[in-house]
Design a protein around this ligand. Structure first.
Ligand SMILES: [Cu+2]
Length: 133
């Protein structure tokens, strides 16, 4: 009788262990699928926008892109020929206006905001683009 009891207990313990391992596996699978679902949601919630930003040269490009890359902005790329800034950002974290204000603060006019006068006059000569009225 003792042996039979021992076997039953041993079987129970083994079964319980297997179950808990299986559960752990399930949890990790669940977490992984949740993470990938979340990143898919992030992809879906980004917005791409092109705005005009006044400037002249490569120095302007660096300044504009640096100023635009605030929290929530995943891409900022300005073209000195077309004067167009392509932004990819998360509209739940940051607004286009906020990004444009940052660019205006470093001395560059945008579609919506006029550059800070002091910042503009401090720009290197090559960067002093013709300002809009
Ligand atoms: Cu410049």
């Amino acid at each position: 009788m003792k042996t039979v009891k021992f076997i039953i207990v041993a079987l129970l313990v083994t079964t319980l262990r297997t179950n808990s391992f299986a559960q752990m596996h399930d949890h990790s699978k669940m977490d992984m699928s949740k993470t990938s679902a979340d990143s898919k949601m992030d992809m879906a919630s980004t917005k791409t926008e092109t705005i005009k930003v006044w400037g002249n040269c490569e120095g302007c490009q660096k300044r504009i892109e640096k100023a635009a890359k605030i929290d929530g902005v995943s891409k900022a790329s300005w073209d000195k020929d077309s004067k167009l800034l392509t932004l990819v950002y998360d509209p739940s974290k940051v607004k286009s206006d906020d990004i444009q204000k940052k660019i205006a603060a470093v001395g560059h006019d945008t579609e919506k905001f006029k550059a800070d006068d002091k910042a503009y006059t401090k720009l290197p000569g090559c960067c002093q683009y013709e300002r809009k009225k």
